[in-house]
Ligand binder design. Structure first.
Ligand code: NAD
Length: 304
């Protein structure tokens, strides 16, 4: 049977990931509920199908989803017109969305009951990682399903990890983003302190990149402009990875921590900070705009 990949959710991440599959010579059909994203995908020459019912048939060999939240994954896979009732047993399901572990396991179990292989495969590396196909991909599911998915995952990412059983990909991703949320605030505090101390931020950034205060927000995704080209801070904080998504991930971390009695005091404070920032109307801005919160009156950068 010839290969046919359906990609659902072609937003900031899904669009470049689908483009990389096409560049690798794969037959890919895409779908999104957002007209804006559909228009963008058409401009990018992706093969858009505007009706999901027409898209999911027993000819599909792989479904990849890249959706905002667990409720979206649940609707797409298990809803009235859900994918698991339409695809053949030979179809592989890959949910790359960052969602809660329970929902991930629930969807995967229902697929498995029908004899369909499924993995959770959330990613890290941001929009730039999606564009350059350098994503880190964290897989939960059987070794068998992981091995079948590997060639496709290698087209979209660079480091592919098998984290464990179903849901472990999301577990690993939640742990990762808990650190990311905290370190973005830490990087913002350091750079804004340098500004108030009247030390050249570019020099402090260069020093931190090479010293023990380095982190992903410092070396790849600095929260202040003028440090690394192509980052959201250089583009009026247009998202990339939105503050709303980071807030969602910190809520997921908070829920997981409560369930297993883990102590996460810094993550709890980070959640409070992002939650307030989002409630003030900043949820669609890039999450690096959190530097505005710690910057106070010394923060004077443009924001969309
Ligand atoms: P996004 O909002 O840009 O894209 C999600 C897309 O899903 C949207 O275009 C939306 O219209 C579509 N969608 C929602 N419900 C749908 C449905 N029922 N059917 C079809 N399409 C539907 O979000 P994103 O930034 O691309 O993030 C997607 C996922 O990846 C999230 O879980 C996020 O946490 C995770 N993630 C994002 C980044 C990043 O840097 N943006 C990095 C790593 C992981």
């Amino acid at each position: 049977m010839s290969e046919l990949i359906v990609f659902i959710g072609i937003g900031n991440m899904g669009n470049p990931m689908a483009q990389n599959l096409v560049k690798a010579g794969k037959e890919v059909k895409v779908f999104d509920v957002s007209k804006k994203m559909i228009e963008k995908a058409k401009k990018n020459k992706l093969n858009v199908v505007e009706n999901l019912d027409d898209l999911i048939t027993n000819k599909v060999t792989t479904v990849i989803t890249m959706l905002p939240e667990g409720k979206n994954s649940k609707e797409v896979y298990l809803g009235d017109k859900g994918i698991i009732n339409k695809v053949s047993k030979n179809c592989l399901l890959i949910d790359c969305s960052t969602i809660d572990i329970q929902t991930s396991i629930e969807i995967g179990k229902k697929a498995t009951e029908k004899g369909i292989k499924m993995i959770d495969a959330p990613v890290s590396g941001g929009v730039m990682g999606a564009q350059k196909a350098t994503l880190n991909i964290m897989v939960g599911g059987t070794k068998d399903a992981y091995n079948i998915a590997l060639p496709l995952l290698k087209i979209m990412g660079k480091n592919i990890f098998h984290a464990g059983d179903l849901g472990s990909g999301n577990g690993a991703k939640i742990c990762n983003n808990m650190s990311l949320g905290i370190t973005m605030i830490a990087a913002s505090e350091s750079l804004m302190l340098a500004k108030r101390l009247n030390i050249d931020i570019k020099k402090v950034h260069e020093i931190m990149k090479n010293a023990s205060g380095n982190s992903w927000p410092i070396s790849v995704y600095p929260p202040l402009p003028g440090l690394i080209e192509g980052t959201p801070s250089n583009n009026n904080y247009r998202a990339g990875f939105s503050a709303g998504m980071m807030n969602k991930d910190l809520k997921l971390a908070n829920e997981c921590a409560k369930q297993v009695n883990a102590s996460t005091p810094l993550a709890n404070i980070a959640l409070e900070i992002y939650d307030k920032f989002c409630k003030e109307g900043n949820d669609t801005k890039d999450f690096s705009a959190i530097s505005k919160v710690v910057g106070g009156d010394a923060w004077n950068y443009p924001i969309d």
